[in-house]
Design a binder for this molecule. Structure first.
Ligand SMILES: [Zn+2]
Length: 91
């Protein structure tokens, strides 16, 4: 299964302002640590509405109610798009 770069780019917005989606989701996944867990485990938010991953503390949480696929292959694709593409570590 491959995912288009366009899809991976579009999905990124769902890790922002996603508190309402998480409240009605069953499952969430983090594309930083690649963990998948019940939405109820998400307790913390940054900027009030951006979910923070309960596993790694990064605000890279996606919720199924956002219409996003929560699966290991998809999270890996997201991770590669957003965390591995960088040419260099930020200075
Ligand atoms: Zn995480």
């Amino acid at each position: 299964m491959t995912y288009s770069k366009e899809l991976l780019t579009n999905v990124h917005k769902h890790c922002r302002n996603n508190r309402k989606d998480i409240a009605v989701s069953a499952v969430c996944g983090c594309f930083y640590c690649l963990e998948i867990y019940p939405a109820a485990e998400v307790k913390k938010y940054t900027g009030v509405v951006d979910a923070i991953c309960p596993k790694c503390g990064i605000d890279s949480v996606l919720a199924d109610a956002s219409g996003v696929e929560i699966s290991a292959p998809f999270l890996i694709a997201m991770s590669e798009r957003w965390f591995s593409d960088a040419e260099d570590e930020p200075a």
